[in-house]
Design a binder for this molecule. Structure first.
Ligand code: PEP
Ligand code: MG
Length: 545
């Protein structure tokens, strides 16, 4: 029986993984607390080798004909709740071990499904509880026609990757996986954020017509490829692309992008067990820069942590990873990794107009420290007589309220700012950008977020440094007029959305944008602002909405 075999494989692989972790731990020097970690490994290995536990799971599959995942969860949760109810604190704490073992087994089981999706031969829509950015990046656009997930938010990284690939996606549906079954017909309307399960004939006809209209609009917008992004009254706006992988650079160029405004280099780390070498970094950057030659390529140093990579490598996950050892903080504590990347960026800088950008800067000391390390690396390259661009521009992302509030100070040490509205929104509103339970509270149209954005733009103008927006607001037509009215002249966004945003820019005047921004910044509620912005863009581009 296939499910029994899957269980056997999952147990075997989990034991192998844990044994390797245990051995790696033994070779490490003994920091405080490592004894406890070793104890945990030993307990988990004992549970995974416990024949009676495995038998209970396989018995359930035989008797109830359930999937391997279901059986693992049912049995391990039952045992865990039994332990959790014990009066003795030592015994009740063992419940967490069973839940850890459940997670470990599910990871193995769900991992196999991922492989299956890599070998699709027919068109499907993927309905999942949660997708990681790398799983999404592995989808073949030819076969995966849409994605819907229970978890996530509009700016979670899996949703961003789906947008880059041009796959319609609707996230934060909470319980869709309980409603949809294999073989159901599903409509995924990414524009409106709607999913329809088993639609009637009339709805199917309606959506086939929408589909045709959408393709016709895309063709029309494609014709704008070589036209400039200029407002009706002659103000030029630069449209750059956000990329996660070097091969997306060409897509940016094909869609009319004028360079790369955000290269999310952490994706180099996500689908491999070891860190990339300096040469691997270099080759990825060189490939990208060669596509654009003398046009800007802004390479962001790795933004690992939070939902990307580091939790998987920690035995004890951080309690609040988005507020934890993330991004520039992680780099500043892992200097050899950071320096490897900086060397590769500097080496690639001679190939074109490379700029470097530090993410999640929260204060001036952090920026000074990052710049100091960059200078150390430059000195190393000097010693080795390796060429790099001495005048390479060094900028920062403004993604936290603390950075926005001290933008005038940070501007003195930065050549440019790029406003990361995805994180700025999450940290300003205290709303996790990837948590479906609070997704309706997540909005960059909140007056608090807009006031911070305005402050950053004003401080950048005062300091005479460039300022752009590279968060998802740059790709949402509703925000374009507002951002232009607040003074933004450079936007960086997912390649497939460049033509649509260009069309909005070419349909408005800066005077209209200024008036709109003044009105919106005087409003007090997110709901009022969102409705106003939607209505304004609907009047300009009825065919998009
Ligand atoms: C942002 O936070 O707005 C941003 C562009 O960075 P990322 O989405 O990669 O966190
Ligand atoms: Mg960010």
């Amino acid at each position: 029986m296939a499910e029994i075999q899957r269980i056997r494989n999952a147990f075997r692989e989990a034991v192998r993984e844990l044994t390797a972790l245990e051995q790696a731990q033994e070779q490490e020097p003994e920091p405080a607390g490592s004894g406890r970690i070793k104890d945990i490994f030993a307990v988990h290995l004992r549970l995974l080798r416990d024949k009676s536990l495995r038998r209970r799971i396989t018995d359930l599959i035989h008797s109830e004909l359930v999937t391997a995942e279901y059986a693992v969860t049912a049995i391990l949760r039952e045992v865990a709740s039994h332990f959790a109810g014990a009066k003795d604190a030592y015994i009740s704490e063992r419940a967490a071990d069973f839940l850890d073992v459940e997670r470990r087994l599910l990871k193995r089981l769900l991992g196999h499904k991922r492989e299956d999706l890599g070998h699709l031969r027919e068109e499907v829509v993927v309905v999942a509880r949660e997708l990681s950015p790398m799983q999404t990046a592995g989808f073949d656009k030819k076969f995966v026609k849409g994605i819907a997930s229970d978890a996530g938010g509009r700016t979670s990284h899996a949703a961003i990757v789906a947008r880059s690939l041009g796959i319609p996606a609707v996230v934060a549906l909470e319980d869709l996986t309980e409603i949809v079954h294999d073989g159901d017909a599903v409509v995924i309307d990414g524009n409106r954020g709607i999913v329809i399960v088993n639609p009637d004939e009339e709805t199917i006809r309606q959506y086939e017509a929408y589909g045709r209209e959408f393709i016709a609009l895309e063709h029309k917008l494609d014709a704008l490829r070589d036209e400039p992004a200029v407002t009706r009254d002659g103000v030029r706006v630069a449209l750059l692309g956000n990329i996660e992988f070097p091969d997306e650079a060409r897509v940016v160029l094909d869609r009319g992008g004028e360079g790369v405004g955000l290269y999310r280099t952490e994706f180099l780390y996500l689908n491999r067990p070891t860190e990339p070498t300096e040469q691997e970094h270099y080759e990825a950057y060189a490939t990208t820069v060669r596509v654009f030659r003398h046009r800007p390529v802004i390479i962001r140093t790795v933004d690992l942590g939070a939902d990307k990579y580091t939790q998987r490598r920690r035995y004890v996950p951080e309690p609040n990873p988005f507020l934890g050892l993330r991004s520039i903080r992680y780099c500043l504590q892992n200097l050899s990794m950071f320096k490897t990347q900086l060397r590769a960026i500097l080496r690639a800088s001679v190939l074109g107009e490379v700029k470097i950008m530090f993410p999640l800067i929260t204060n001036i000391q952090e920026l000074m420290q990052a710049k100091m390390i960059l200078h150390d690396v430059m000195e190393d390259l000097d010693d080795e007589k390796i060429k790099y661009r001495r005048d390479m521009k060094v900028g920062i992302m403004i993604e936290t309220p603390s950075a926005a509030l001290t933008a005038s100070t940070l501007a003195r040490e930065s050549d440019f700012f790029s406003i990361g509205t995805n994180d700025l929104t999450q940290y300003t509103l205290a709303v996790d950008r990837g948590n479906e339970l609070v997704s309706t509270l997540y909005s960059s149209a909140d007056p608090a977020v807009l006031r911070l954005i305005r402050m950053v733009i004003q401080d950048a103008y005062k300091a005479q440094i460039d300022v752009s927006v590279c968060g998802e607001t740059a790709s949402e037509p509703e925000y374009v007029m507002l951002l232009l009215g607040m003074g933004i002249r450079t936007l960086s966004l997912s390649a497939p959305l460049i033509p649509e945003i260009k069309q909005v820019i070419r349909s408005v005047t800066i005077e209209d944008c200024n008036v709109l921004a003044r009105k919106v910044l005087a409003m007090n509620s997110e709901r009022q602002i969102s409705a106003y912005l939607r209505n304004a863009v609907r009047q300009i581009l009825p065919e998009v909405f």
